[in-house]
Ligand binder design. Structure first.
Ligand code: IMP
Length: 409
């Protein structure tokens, strides 16, 4: 069975932790999009792992992990990450596979990425990892793929500096690369977890363009980015936080702005350690946006949500969510395509009473405080997507499911 897991907001929803958790029942974990712009944090065995390129399944000792063809890979960053895993006692040899159709990020892409963004009338706030440049070259057919490293004509066309930079990695990459279509065909009877990066609202097609990343972060990207046909995707899950965050620039309709809201935002930022795992930048904070979440449920064909960080609201008197937008004096309940409209929107908030008891202490649905359960049921009714799992703290054990997710829908 092939199960997709994506971010349902602007990234940083807690996907890495959930992939680590769900990997227990997977044989193979394939990351299908993005590059070293991602930062997936996993806290396990008393240690913290921050992964940028390597799929989060690597922490489980017996899993094969794959960097899919939908990714853009900087070899030096990948080997640095693998070395830091070795230092922490993770044996990754023979467990890390790379699609030979994945594109490379070369050293000069990073400076180019920053330079382009600095000169934009509307800077995106890139992480500066060369991601936009690599995907841009891929689309304009000027990119370099893993397989191309063994094509003498393409190799000779690279600058001497790039050849010298790549040469030390070639032998090791040769032992890791596969034709991913063949690999997936050979493993079609296995349980495969398809790990997204970023989030639906940062997707190149469906996100808040141009304030997006350059990969395909939605579940459809799992088909192209992991060499599967769409009918081979059996179930899709989306992770979302009980509030909303965004790193970098771009519209954020439910952002906590203005004195009273900002104080709450600052509190959540502190409680949730809301700083970028890749750049350390503080994340912008907003109310949970149900209009955007319903949109995300649709574009990802979600069979279920996994809700994270609800425990941060333990002890709060009230919890507000955005249930509609006000645009130029009119109430709307859809997620607009036009960036200028998204920037003019005011959120319509609905407050729910807080709850007695601690979501953070719950280990099953029945343990959850009644008020929290009502809050979750409202989200399910609004979005039409069941919440099938919860992350109620940073540790692997602070996770539970309401139903079996390794079942084709
Ligand atoms: P880029 O992909 O590094 O060019 O960044 C484009 C936009 O996506 C910027 O606003 C980044 O902050 C944001 N972004 C990229 N990757 C992530 C991520 O993994 N989590 C959250 N935001 C991200």
């Amino acid at each position: 069975m092939n199960l997709v897991i994506v971010g349902a907001q602007w990234g940083d929803e807690g996907k890495g932790k959930m992939v680590d958790y769900l990997a227990e029942n997977a044989d193979i974990v394939v990351r299908f999009s993005g590059g070293a712009n991602a930062g997936h944090t996993i806290m396990v065995h008393g240690d913290t792992f921050v992964l940028h390129l390597i799929p989060s399944g690597i922490i489980s000792p017996d899993k094969i992990v794959v960097l899919g063809n939908g990714m853009v890979i900087e070899p030096s960053a990948m080997f640095e990450e693998l070395t830091s895993l070795s230092v922490k006692g993770i044996d990754w040899e023979k467990r890390v596979i790379i699609s030979d159709r994945a594109h490379l990020v070369l050293p000069d892409y990073k400076n180019e990425d920053m330079r382009i963004d600095e000169h934009r009338a509307r800077p995106v706030g890139t992480t500066g990892r060369g991601i936009g440049v690599a995907y841009g070259k891929k689309a304009s057919r000027d990119g370099i793929r893993i397989a191309d490293l063994w094509d003498p004509v393409i190799w000779d066309s690279l600058s001497e500096a790039n050849r010298n930079w790549l040469a030390p990695y070639k032998e090791k990459i040769a032992s890791m690369k596969v034709n991913l279509a063949d690999f997936m065909m050979a493993n079609q009877d296995k349980n495969i977890l398809l790990e997204g990066a970023q989030g639906a609202l940062l997707d190149l097609d469906h996100g808040t363009y141009p304030y997006v990343s350059s990969g395909s972060s939605v579940s459809a990207g799992a088909a192209t980015g992991a060499a599967l046909g769409p009918r081979r995707i059996h179930s899709c899950l989306g992770v979302f936080k009980a509030y909303q965050t965004r790193v970098g620039n771009g519209p954020f309709p439910s952002e906590m702005l203005g004195d009273e809201h900002e104080a709450l935002g600052a509190q959540l930022q502190k409680l949730g350690h809301e700083y970028g795992a890749t750049t350390g930048r503080p994340r912008r904070i907003g109310y949970l946006d149900l209009v955007a979440l319903r949109y995300s449920g649709w574009i990802n064909s979600l069979d279920g949500f996994i809700l994270s960080h609800l425990n941060l609201y333990d002890g709060f008197e009230a919890v507000s969510v955005c249930t509609a937008y006000e645009l130029d004096g009119n109430r709307i309940d859809y997620f607009p395509s036009c960036t200028a409209e998204l920037e003019r929107i005011k959120p319509v908030l609905q407050a729910f009473p807080g709850w007695d008891g601690a979501v953070g202490a719950a280990r099953c649905w029945e343990d959850m405080p009644e008020g929290a359960r009502k809050f979750v049921e409202f989200i399910e009714d609004y979005t039409g997507v069941p919440v099938c799992g919860f992350s109620v703290g940073p540790l692997r054990g602070e996770t539970f499911m309401r139903n079996e997710v390794w079942t084709a829908s």
